[in-house]
Design a protein around this ligand. Sequence first.
Ligand code: LCS
Length: 401
Amino acid sequence: MSSKQREPGFSTLCIHGKKHLDKHESDRPIRAVSTPIFQSSTFAFENVAHGAAVFRGEDPSYVYTRLGNPTQTALETELAYLERGEAALALSSGMAAATTAVLTCCRHGEHIVSGDTLYGGTHQLFTQTLPRMGIEVTEVPADDPQNFANAITDKTRLIYLESPANPTLVLTDIGAVAEIAHAKGIPVLVDNTFCTPYLQNPLELGADIVLHSATKYIGGHGDTVAGILVGKQDWIMTARMEILRDVGGCISPFNAWLLLRGLKTLPVRMDRHMESALEVAQFLSYHPKVSEVIYPGLKTHPQHDLAARQQRGFGGMISFMVEGGRAAGEIVMDNVKLCTLAVSLGDVDTLIEHPASMTHSTYGEDELRTVGIDPAMVRLSVGLENVKDIIADLRQALAKC
Ligand code: LCS
């Protein structure tokens, strides 16, 4: 062999060439204003002893992106702060967050009490998938805290609330339910998707865990599916190191970055969503072809006072019924031009959909009526277009009925 140092092969340079670049760059400080995306699945150890210390939990270095990644951490730190919690866990979807939360709290043979109006996917998880794993869920009308007290058994390990609920916009008095639950040592989880931390901080109202489908207002632009859990440090650690580790619903660094970007404009967007939603709700409530409008910001909403007390605003979601019922509602949804007929919510685009046949089709016909989801209900997520254009679009679609 020649004593001259061998040039690495081309394939080695393709893989390791970047290291020379890293060395060259390392003495230049990086002061990126936008959080960098650490698009790395794995992280190098200094030596075997370091790797072993990390695995024993004695060294906090990153290991593998399913368990943690600097871009995820930046998002989690921000969300924990905004929700006034100790720690947060970012996940691949709102449903991954729900599954992770439930499995962190409950084992086979245990029980959950939840509100009876939930996003249809959560209802499906509670009535189909969890029972297969030996976890039973009792769903109760969420507007009266006493219903939760009555449904608690000695096996209950979690109270699960959505406030305001999708799509009925029924609120739960979070503080009152937390008092009932804590008297029995049971934690309370609140799905805060509709309010975001800008409008409601469930932990400050007495809840123990907050959940977000960050797909919605937190991302805000209809380009990311993601979920968030916020809670006590120990609980988040268990959720991460026991359930996320094994079930695997981790968020990608790129999606974590999209949410960080979304958060920067969250208050500005929410202010506009709310301002426009109130104007649209008022337009609808005076329209002769609209039989009912549900929006917590209207004085006619049965829980308007609770919404004013518990939230810092009324949000951007409206549900309404058209004279002539389901068929008339379908005419409106088929004739909008600016509004998009699509599920999801909280986007810059105004989205319209039919809960009974779409987001909440996991409820049977009878169940829909029992929980107050009128089969004729139309759900509107008011976007950030000029509100006059949104109203003009709804007016022309209503004229077709
Ligand atoms: N919680 C609420 C209140 C939701 O509205 C949704 C999704 C989820 C949790 C689940 O979050 P994901 O896994 O989708 O991020 N809601 C939807 C909706 O109303 N239309 O499409 C999805």
